[in-house]
Design a protein around this ligand. Structure first.
Ligand code: C2E
Ligand code: MG
Ligand code: MG
Ligand code: MG
Length: 281
């Protein structure tokens, strides 16, 4: 009996694996087409200044509008893109779209701080990122300090000295840099001190159980204090409740991002939120 159920769960397990593998294969073989046929969409999630409630900017987040599977999330298809060697193309696409969108909003008279774009480790490994950034800014007619590039803490730690040089070059060019998913990548304080970054983004994992979890609130407090003493701005990701927002504001966190304010949305659905930022002529 036990043996039998063991075998069944094994069969179930391999079947689930096969289905997952099959889906990944399908995604992989469709991804070239997705790029060519412009099935990738860029959504934008607002970032809010916690002390004033004002819009501070947006983060650009990629989605794949798959003709049969519907909307596919980045956590599912970016690893596939990575293996297929398409990560650089996707990052470049999102960067150029995001810069153009920022230009469109600025031209419409909206007062916006920054547009944040995620940068994969793959990109960091290659020198070409500087050229791509230059080109995207040029094509959109955008000043460099409107652009913020996010790199995760663990990717920075994996890519070493070469990565620091590249970040230095981007910073010299006037682009802003933030460390994404901060608190999950085991960076040494020595290393952190040397990074040419402007901002830390506290990982959602430390926010989700606030305000009840005393360990997490101690961690959030410590990261905010660390950021302040290094004169970095600090953003909390994944704010879903008013209580989380209130606590983080009280702890001195500068910026908030999360479903409490807005989910990531297509540009045309953000008009309402943008209206409040317009300077009347
Ligand atoms: P990330 O850069 O840390 O982005 C934040 C993620 O948290 C986004 O997921 C966002 O939708 C989600 N999020 C924001 N607020 C909340 C909240 O209140 N609750 C919950 N549960 N989630 C929230 P998304 O869009 O699925 O992206 C996942 C990850 O994929 C991103 O994490 C980033 O690492 C990567 N990614 C997304 N777009 C791109 C891209 O264009 N290029 C690269 N290289 N990576 C990207
Ligand atoms: Mg990010
Ligand atoms: Mg993050
Ligand atoms: Mg993440």
């Amino acid at each position: 009996q036990a043996k039998n159920s063991g075998r069944n769960s094994y069969a179930f397990y391999t079947q689930a694996l096969t289905e997952r593998a099959r889906r990944q294969l399908a995604l992989e073989s469709n991804l070239h087409q997705a790029l060519a046929q412009q099935q990738l969409r860029v959504y934008y999630q607002p970032l809010i200044e916690l002390h004033s409630g004002r819009l501070s900017g947006f983060e650009a987040l990629v989605r794949w509008q798959h003709p049969e599977l519907g909307m596919v999330a980045p956590d599912e298809f970016l690893p596939v893109a990575q293996r297929a060697g398409l990560m650089g193309l996707i990052d470049e696409y999102v960067l150029s779209q995001a810069c153009r969108q920022m230009r469109t909003w600025l031209d419409a008279g909206y007062q916006l701080g920054t547009m944040a774009v995620n940068m994969s480790g793959y990109w960091l490994e290659r020198g070409q990122v500087l050229g791509s950034v230059e080109q995207a800014l040029h094509e959109a007619g955008l000043a460099a300090d409107y652009l913020e590039l996010e790199v995760t803490e663990s990717e920075i730690m994996q890519h070493g000295e070469q990565c620091i040089e590249l970040l230095d070059a981007l910073r010299q060019r006037g682009v802003r840099l933030s460390i994404d998913d901060f608190g999950t990548g085991y960076s040494s304080l020595l290393r952190l001190k040397r990074l040419p970054v402007n901002k830390l983004k506290i990982d959602r994992g430390f926010i989700v159980d606030l305000p009840g979890d005393s360990n997490d609130s101690a961690i959030a407090r410590a990261i905010i204090a660390l950021a302040q003493s290094l004169q970095l701005q600090v953003t909390a990701e994944g704010i879903e409740t008013e209580a989380q927002q209130t606590l983080l504001r009280e702890l001195g966190c500068d910026i908030g991002q999360g479903y409490f304010f807005s989910r990531p949305l297509p540009a045309q659905q953000l008009q309402g939120l943008l209206q409040g930022t317009r300077i009347e002529a």
